[in-house]
Write a protein that binds this ligand. Structure first.
Ligand code: BDR
Ligand code: CA
Length: 311
């Protein structure tokens, strides 16, 4: 299995990304770290503990990281994920606790201690990862790859040009994209291929487990916000796509490209400028996801919830 650390801000889709990473036999989940994004750090960390508790993920350390972006103030996505960051289901009081170590220090320690290079899977603003790379430059050589959910080859979902994870901390994203660490970007152009239709929700219900029910309720809430905010009848399940790419690279097709994070544009700050057609004379710094095998994706996602829910 591929050793990974998931850095997240749960978040409905982050919750399912955690479950996929914890259950799939192709992955060895070494840690779950949290950052401010969809909600405050306090809430995303509580939500990570809630997800671990309800899914029976008790053997993976959870650590809290940065509470605000590097330069700009935090702007949460309560319009998308609700006041709790994980609105919809009722969660029991979490029994899984956080470890008393800052996420950035935990990631650094694991990178140095693990016998093989580790893949980082950020599904949130890149604040923790940027801090890791700047505070601990020896980390870079120990990272096998960064496979992130963020950006887009097309338009944004936070501003006309910018996707939420990049827009929340553009300076952090810029540091990560310029780091030279092998990087795969799973942006909106590919995550919008992972649509949670009512048929998909019925598959989670059909598992007949409490966890299947919770996932169905998470997707129902997510569907209501996507329909209200974007007129999309089926919500895209962004974050698990990055995990899927690690599970089996053949499931997510990529193309090599130069990606630059726009920091200064008056209307385009936070945009990922993806040079698919090599207009600019700039080196390739990313693999950019362009196509998802959706049938495979949902089979593996539903199986993960089935496995966790019945153990
Ligand atoms: C990203 O933004 C967050 O709201 C989601 O959890 C996902 O990581 C999609 O733009
Ligand atoms: Ca997220």
């Amino acid at each position: 299995p591929v050793p990974i650390i998931i850095d997240c801000d749960p978040g409905h889709d982050d919750a399912l990304a955690i479950m996929l990473a914890a259950a799939d036999p192709a992955i060895d989940l070494l840690a779950i770290t949290t950052v401010a994004g969809n909600q405050t750090l306090e809430k995303t960390t509580l939500n990570a503990r809630r997800v671990c508790t309800i899914a029976g993920i008790t053997d993976v350390p959870v650590a809290a990281g940065c509470a605000r972006p590097l330069l700009q103030p935090l702007a949460v996505a309560d319009d998308v994920h609700g006041a709790s960051g994980l609105d919809g289901p009722r969660f029991p009081e979490p029994t899984v606790d956080v470890v008393p170590e800052h996420a950035v220090e935990l990631i650094h320690r694991i990178l140095l201690e693990h016998p093989e290079p580790v893949t980082l899977v950020p599904t949130a603003p890149l604040t923790n990862i940027a801090l890791l790379l700047t505070r601990h430059p020896d980390s870079a050589a120990r990272i096998r790859e960064i496979v992130l959910m963020g950006g887009s080859t097309e338009r944004g979902n936070r501003t006309p040009a910018a996707e939420f994870n990049i827009m929340t901390d553009p300076e952090a994203a810029d540091i990560v994209f310029r780091s030279g660490v092998p990087l795969t970007m799973c942006g909106l152009n590919v995550t919008h291929q992972a649509l949670a239709t009512p048929e998909i929700r019925a598959r989670f219900d059909g598992l007949g487990t409490e966890l299947g029910q919770v996932c169905s309720e998470l997707l129902a809430f997510f569907a209501s916000t996507y329909s209200r905010l974007w007129g999309m009848p089926h919500p895209p399940l962004h974050d698990p796509v990055a995990v899927a790419r690690v599970i089996d690279p053949a499931i997510v097709d990529v193309v090599d490209a130069n990606v630059t994070v726009e920091l200064h544009g008056r209307y385009t700050r936070g945009a990922t400028v993806v040079d698919l057609h090599r207009y600019l004379d700039r080196p390739v710094n990313a693999r950019v996801a362009v196509r998802l095998d959706t049938e495979w994706f949902w089979d593996r996602m539903v199986t993960a919830v089935e496995v966790l829910g019945s153990r």
